[in-house]
Design a protein. Structure first.
Lengths: 104, 227
C-alpha cells in the first residue's frame, strides 16, 4: 500500500516561500538575493530566514561576493535541493489527483 | 471581525500555480531573443555585397543547352564562418551580462556551442559539395533534393537550426514557431532568377529583422505587465 501523498510532504519544502525559492533557483540555475526578494515580495530579513532554513537542510548553497563594488549574494540549488523540489512537485500533483478522484 | 474563509496560500493547487508563475517570471528575465535575431539580420545584410561581388565560376563545361559552370562565392566562405563565430561570442556576452544585471543565471552556453558546431559543419559540407560537383549530378541540372541540401548547409539554415536550440534553451514556444517558419523560408523558398541570390538573402534578413522587432516588443510588453 502506498503512503498518502500528504504524509510524503517535506515540511522544509512544503511552504509557499521556500518552494518559490527552490523553483526560482532551479529555473534560473543561479539567482541573486535581490531577484528573489522582488519576485517573492519579501523583506530582506524574511527572505534571509527562509534561505537559512533551506541552507541548513542542505537544499541550497549560498555564495557571497562582489560584482564591481556592489556586494552580491547568489543562491544555487544543491543536488539534494533539485531532488526535494522534484519530489515536492510530484507529491503536490498526486495530492491534487487524489482530491479530484475522491471529489463527489 | 469575520469568520469568512480565507483562500489557503499553501494548498497544493495554489502552490503549483505559484510555482508555474515564478517559472514564467524567471524565463522572461532570462530571455533576450531580439538580440541574436537582430545580429543575424545585420550579418545577412552585410553578406549581400560580399556574396554578390565575390562570385567565382570554375569547371565550366559545354553541354547541349550551352555552357555550364560551378559557381560559388569565396568571400562568403571566409565571411560567414568568422562572422558566425564572432556573433555567437557576442550573443554569449550579451546573455551573460544581461542575466547578471537581472540577477539570474543563463543557459545560453548550449545554444552558443550548438550554433558554432552547426556553422562549422555546414561550412565544411558546403565546401565539400562545391569542390565535388559530380555528387550532385553536375554537369546535369541539380535535382530538387540537391537544391534542398545546398540550402540546408547554407549559413542562413545554420542560423535557423541553432534558433531551434535557443527556443529549447529559453523554453520559448513563440521562438520555436518562428525558427520553423524561418527554416521553411530559407530551405524551401523559391526565388526567381536573375536576382535569386539577392532576393534570398534580402528575404532572410527581412524575416530575421521582423522577428527581432516582434520579440523586442513582446519582451517590452511582458516587462511592463510584470507584477
Amino acid at each position: 500500500m502506498t503512503a498518502h501523498p500528504v504524509n510524503c510532504l517535506d515540511d522544509v519544502v512544503h511552504q509557499r516561500v521556500r518552494l518559490g525559492i527552490l523553483t526560482i533557483a532551479h529555473e534560473a540555475r543561479r539567482v541573486e538575493f535581490g531577484f528573489l526578494r522582488t519576485a517573492l515580495e519579501l523583506t530582506a530579513g524574511n527572505l534571509g530566514q527562509h534561505l537559512s532554513v533551506l541552507e541548513n537542510a542542505g537544499l541550497v548553497h549560498i555564495e557571497k561576493g562582489y560584482e564591481g563594488k556592489r556586494p552580491r549574494t547568489w543562491v544555487n540549488l544543491t543536488p539534494a535541493g533539485e531532488q526535494a523540489l522534484r519530489e515536492e512537485i510530484a507529491h503536490l500533483k498526486r495530492l491534487i489527483q487524489q482530491v479530484e478522484q475522491t471529489a463527489p | 471581525m469575520t469568520d469568512a474563509s480565507v483562500p489557503p496560500q499553501d494548498g497544493p493547487q495554489e502552490l503549483l500555480s505559484a510555482s508555474r508563475r515564478l517559472t514564467r517570471r524567471v524565463r522572461q528575465a532570462q530571455r533576450g531573443t531580439w538580440f541574436p535575431l537582430l545580429l543575424f539580420a545585420a550579418l545577412t545584410l552585410v553578406s549581400i555585397p560580399i556574396t554578390l561581388n565575390s562570385r567565382h565560376a570554375f569547371d565550366c563545361r559545354v553541354v547541349r543547352a550551352g555552357r555550364v559552370c560551378v559557381a560559388f562565392s569565396p568571400g562568403g566562405y571566409v565571411f560567414w564562418p568568422l562572422a558566425l563565430v564572432l556573433a555567437y561570442a557576442a550573443i554569449a556576452a550579451f546573455y551573460v551580462h544581461r542575466a547578471r544585471r537581472r540577477g539570474v543565471g543563463t543557459r545560453v552556453r548550449l545554444y552558443v556551442i550548438t550554433g558554432i558546431i552547426i556553422a562549422v559543419v555546414g561550412t565544411g559540407v558546403s565546401l565539400w559539395l562545391v569542390t565535388h560537383p559530380a555528387v550532385s549530378g553536375y554537369p546535369g541540372p541539380p535535382s530538387a533534393a540537391t537544391l534542398f541540401l545546398y540550402r540546408l548547409v547554407s549559413p542562413e539554415a545554420a542560423i535557423g537550426l541553432a534558433l531551434l536550440m535557443l527556443a529549447w534553451v529559453e523554453r520559448n514556444r513563440a521562438l520555436l514557431v518562428f525558427g520553423l517558419v524561418y527554416l521553411v523560408v530559407v530551405a524551401f523558398g523559391r526565388f526567381p532568377p536573375p536576382n535569386a541570390a539577392l532576393t534570398f538573402l534580402a528575404v532572410s534578413a527581412a524575416v530575421l529583422l521582423l522577428g527581432s522587432i516582434g520579440f523586442a516588443l513582446a519582451e517590452l510588453r511582458a516587462r511592463r505587465t510584470a507584477p
